[in-house]
Write a protein that binds this ligand. Structure first.
Ligand code: NAD
Ligand code: UGA
Length: 458
C-alpha cells in the first residue's frame, strides 16, 4: 500500500508513544515510525508488555502496530524515510553547570537536531513536540539550516498538553491543538502540513495557529498556570487546618464561580509528575535571564509551596503519632504521582517515603501499577522498605496508613477489616482527600486529611 505521508517521531516515551499511536489510529493513510535510542524500550513497544501503562493504549497499539505504526531503533533510516519529523525526546532539568537545578537540559534535543541534519537527504519539517524554553526554535533552525547540501528545514512548534492517566482520551478529544511557526510563506506552509494531520479528527476550531514563540511559551505558561492552581488551593488548605474551615467546601464555593471553575482545585499532598516542577523552574530561569526578577520569584513560589506541602505532610504524621515513628510500621497507599499511571517521576511519595525512612519508620509501599518504578526510585533504601502490592497485607500490623495516590481502589477497601489488623491506636493520613473520613472515624481510626480538622479519639 502506498502511504500518503511518512511521519517519524524521535523519542518513544510517555508522549511519543501514545501520540503516535493515536495519529496512526486516526490516519490509516499515514505511515508512522517511532524510533528511540533505548533498545529495551523499543522491544517493549513491540511486545505485549508496553513500556508505559496508559488506559486504552494497549488496544490502540494492537490495532495499528505493524500496519501503519512501527517501533524501531533505526534512527537513521527513520529520518531518511520521513518528510515530517516530530521530536519528542526528554528535556529534563539540568543537573550540572550553569542553570543547574533550573534550566532545561537540551543535550538530547540538540543531539537529535544534529542527527536529523547528518542523516537527511532532503528538506523536512521538524516539529518540536518536547516542551522547550521559548526561542528554542531559533537554535534548532540554526543547526539544521547551517547545512551546505541545499536542504531546508522548517521548525514548527506543536507542544503536547496530554495528562498521564488520560493520555488517550486527551489526544483523541483535545481541548485544543497548538501549532506555531514562523510567519513566512515557508513557515505557514509547514504549519498547514501539521494542521492537516490533526484535522483528520480534531474539529478545525480547536486547532490554534500562532507564531512559533507564542506556541513555545504557551506550553510553559499552561503548566505553570495549572500547577499554580494546585499550590493556591494547597496554601489555603494549611489555613483551613488552623481555622476549622474545610478545604473541599472552600474549593467548591470558589470553583462555582464560572470565572474560577471547579477543575484542578483538589487539595493534595502536592503535585508530582515529570513536568510541572521542571517546566516552572525553567520558566523561572528564563525570566531571570531576561532580567524579570519579580516574575521569576512569583512562579518560584508555586514550587516552594509544593515542596512545603510535602514536608508539612511528614511533619503532620510525626506530630500526631506522638512525635516518633521510629520502628513503627507505616503503610503508604499509592506511589504513582497520580492515579491510572505507573509513572512515579517527581511523585510526592518518593519524598515522603524518604522522610519517613529518615525517621527510622518501617515503611511498606503499596501501589497497583507503580511498584516496579518505586523499587528503582528508592534503590538505596531497598533494605529498609517492604514492597507489597496487596493493601490489606501492607496494612497488617501498621500504626498508620498514608494515602499518597488517589487510586479508586483505596476508596472501596474494607476498612473495618484493615482496622482490626492494625496496631492501636490506628491513624489514617489522607493525602488525597478521597476517603469517607467520618466513617473511618466511626470505625475507630484517628483521621487526618488535607485542609480539614482532624478527627481524633483522644
Ligand atoms: P520520556 O523520557 O518518557 O521519553 C523520551 C524518550 O526520548 C526516551 O525514551 C529517550 O530514550 C528518547 N531519546 C532521547 N534522546 C534520543 C535520541 N537522540 N534519539 C532517539 N531517542 C532519544 O519523556 P516524555 O515524558 O515522553 O517527555 C518528552 C517531552 O514531552 C518532554 O519535553 C516533556 O516535557 C514533554 N511532555 C511530557 C508529558 C508527559 O505527560 N510525560 C506531557 C506533555 C509534554
Ligand atoms: C500535566 C498537565 O495537566 C498536562 O496538560 C501537561 O501536558 C503535562 O503536565 C506535561 O506537560 O507533562 P500530568 O502531570 O500528567 O499532566 O498530570 P496532572 O493531571 O496535571 O497532575 C499533575 C499532578 O498534580 C499530580 O500529582 C496530581 O495528583 C496533582 N493534582 C492535580 C492535584 O494535586 N490536584 C489537582 O486538582 C490536580
Amino acid at each position: 500500500m502506498e502511504f500518503e505521508k511518512n511521519i517519524l517521531c524521535i523519542g518513544a516515551g510517555y508522549v511519543g508513544g501514545p501520540t503516535m499511536a493515536v495519529i496512526a489510529a486516526k490516519c490509516p493513510r499515514y505511515r508512522i515510525q517511532v524510533v528511540d535510542i533505548d533498545k529495551e524500550r523499543i522491544e517493549a513497544w513491540n511486545s505485549d508488555h508496553l513500556p508505559i501503562f496508559e488506559p486504552g493504549l494497549h488496544d490502540l497499539v494492537r490495532k495499528t502496530r505493524d500496519k501503519n505504526l512501527f517501533f524501531s531503533s533505526e534512527v537513521q533510516r527513520g529520518i531518511q524515510d520521513s518528510g515530517i519529523i516530530f521530536v519528542s525526546v526528554n528535556t529534563p532539568t539540568k543537573t550540572f553547570g550553569q542553570g543547574a537545578g533550573r534550566a532545561a537540559d537540551l543535550q538530547y534535543w540538540e543531539k537529535t537536531a544534529r542527527e536529523i541534519l547528518s542523516y537527511s537527504k532532503s528538506s523536512k519539517t521538524v516539529v518540536e513536540k518536547s516542551t522547550l524554553p521559548v526561542r528554542t526554535a531559533t537554535a534548532m533552525e540554526r543547526i539544521l539550516n547551517g547545512n551546505t547540501r541545499g536542504m531546508s528545514f522548517e521548525v514548527v512548534s506543536n507542544p503536547e498538553f496530554l495528562a498521564e492517566g488520560t493520555a488517550i482520551q486527551d489526544l483523541e478529544n483535545p481541548d485544543r491543538v497548538l501549532i506555531g511557526s514562523r510567519e513566512t510563506p515557508e513557515g505557514i506552509k509547514a504549519r498547514k502540513e501539521i494542521v492537516e494531520i490533526y484535522a483528520n479528527w480534531v474539529p478545525r476550531e480547536r486547532i490554534i495557529e500562532s507564531n512559533v514563540w507564542s506556541s513555545e511559551l504557551s506550553k510553559l505558561a499552561a503548566n505553570a498556570f495549572l500547577a499554580q492552581r494546585i499550590s493556591s488551593i494547597n496554601s489555603i488548605s494549611a489555613l483551613c487546618e488552623r481555622t476549622e474551615a474545610d478545604i473541599d467546601e472552600v474549593a467548591y464555593a470558589i470553583g462555582m464561580d464560572s470565572r474560577i471553575g471547579l477543575r484542578f482545585l483538589k487539595a493534595s499532598v502536592g503535585f508530582g509528575g515529570s513536568c510541572f516542577k521542571k517546566d516552572i523552574l525553567n520558566l523561572v530561569y528564563i525570566c531571570e535571564n531576561y532580567g524579570l526578577e519579580k516574575v521569576a520569584r512569583y512562579w518560584q513560589a508555586v514550587v516552594e509551596i509544593n515542596d512545603w506541602q510535602q514536608s508539612r505532610f511528614i511533619q503532620n504524621m510525626l506530630a500526631n503519632m506522638f512525635n516518633t515513628v521510629a520502628g513503627k510500621r507505616l503503610a503508604l497507599f499509592g506511589f504513582a504521582f497520580k492515579a491510572n499511571t505507573g509513572d512515579t517521576r517527581e511523585s510526592p511519595a518518593i519524598y515522603i517515603a524518604q522522610g519517613l525512612i529518615e525517621e527510622r519508620a518501617q515503611v511498606v509501599l503499596s501501589d497497583p501499577k507503580a511498584l516496579e518504578n518505586a523499587k528503582k526510585d528508592l534503590k538505596k533504601f531497598e533494605d529498609q522498605i517492604i514492597f507489597e502490592a496487596d493493601p490489606y497485607r501492607a496494612a497488617e500490623g501498621a500504626h498508620a496508613i498514608a494515602i499518597l495516590t488517589e487510586w479508586d481502589l483505596y476508596k472501596t477497601l474494607d476498612y473495618d477489616r484493615i482496622f482490626d489488623s492494625m496496631a492501636q491506636p490506628s491513624f489514617i493520613f489522607d493525602g488525597r482527600n478521597i476517603l469517607d473520613h467520618k466513617r473511618l472515624f466511626e470505625i475507630g481510626f484517628n483521621v487526618f486529611a488535607i485542609g480539614k480538622s482532624p478527627l481524633k479519639h483522644f
